[in-house]
Design a protein around this ligand. Structure first.
Ligand code: IPE
Ligand code: IPE
Ligand code: MG
Ligand code: MG
Ligand code: MG
Length: 296
């Protein structure tokens, strides 16, 4: 478990994010068909809200009030949720459970799941642009999210992940996959917090380094949990990676070595903020330790 004050802070940030997301999403009964119901179903199924928390903590660390980071926090969670819906599709990982409930395509059918994902992705950019009309950093946030989630970021990683199913486990390939499919959006979340605060390049570089390391660490523990976690804790079906021949860290170096390398990476992640004073930096260091030991 996370230290008590990190836990309660994460809870506060989740409440703030969820309230803002609720205002942004179309009411459930809005048509056509079950589109808004499907969008809300996946967003509010109960994710950990790690990425919005990173946006908001980095906004604070960079010296702005938390409110300044809220549009970016919502935008990254919308993109993340779309990526999960599409990741679970039969043509991708073919999963039946996500966030403790049946996957979008199981509940609404494949066509609606694809379209709900499309609509969440598009809404993310609408949110940033609308905020940008009031706020000079909007265009930079749009660029950042596009880079993190597109063909040079998350989508590149997803392509390598799917293609990698046909290849023997290779360390350099796993590193590429983790950096792109997961760390790109996590680093992008940290960077978008800093950009929302209009802070300079020194803090932005720190956010990139911290986010990239934390993102790879996060996917290493995701790979570990797929092998050792329970369906109840994870809210998704474990054991799928081995079954599908995925390129994972344990597939390349084994469970023990993965744990050892994850510990080293958690230390390195914390060290990036070793000399930064204040509560946000302390919470971000604690968060790295939490990601290392997480059980869901
Ligand atoms: C799952 O992300 C997909 C990965 C990139 C590993 P999370 O574990 O953050 O999923 P939620 O948001 O808590 O459901
Ligand atoms: C997903 O990686 C990364 C995304 C971009 C969604 P996984 O396929 O390992 O994520 P889970 O285990 O299904 O959550
Ligand atoms: Mg996948
Ligand atoms: Mg998957
Ligand atoms: Mg996984």
């Amino acid at each position: 478990l996370a230290p008590v004050d990190l836990q309660s802070r994460l809870k506060e940030l989740t409440t703030l994010t969820d309230r803002a997301l609720d205002e942004l999403l179309p009411p459930a009964e809005t048509g056509p068909g079950r589109l808004s119901e499907a969008m809300r179903y996946s967003v509010f199924a109960g994710g950990k809200r790690l990425r919005p928390a990173l946006v908001l903590l980095w906004t604070e660390l960079a010296g702005a009030p938390i409110q300044a980071g809220l549009p970016a926090a919502c935008a990254v969670e919308l993109v993340h949720t779309y990526s999960l819906i599409h990741d679970d599709l039969p043509a991708m990982d073919n999963d039946d459970f996500r966030r403790g409930v049946p996957t979008s395509h199981k509940k609404f059918g494949e066509a609606m799941a694809i379209l709900a994902g499309d609509a969440l992705l598009t809404l993310a950019f609408e949110v940033l642009v609308r905020d940008g009309l009031r706020n000079s950093c909007g265009a930079r946030l749009v660029e950042e999210l596009a880079l993190a989630s597109g063909a040079r970021g998350m989508v590149a990683g997803q392509v390598a992940d799917i293609d990698g199913e046909k290849q023997p486990p290779q360390r350099n390939l796993v590193e590429f996959i983790h950096r792109h499919k997961t760390a790109a959006l996590i680093a992008g979340s940290c960077r978008m917090g800093v950009i929302s605060a209009k802070a300079g390049s020194r803090v932005l570089d720190m956010a990139s380094d911290y986010g990239t390391k934390l993102g790879v660490l996060f996917q290493m523990t995701d790979d570990l949990l797929d092998q050792v976690g329970t369906a109840e804790e994870l809210g998704k079906t474990p054991g799928k990676d081995a079954e599908q021949g995925k390129q994972t860290w344990p597939a390349v170096v084994g469970l023990d070595k993965t744990r050892e390398e994850a510990r080293t990476l958690a230390d390195e992640t914390q060290n990036i903020l070793a000399d930064v004073a204040g509560e946000p930096a302390r919470l971000l260091r604690d968060l790295a330790a939490f990601v290392l030991t997480r059980e869901k």
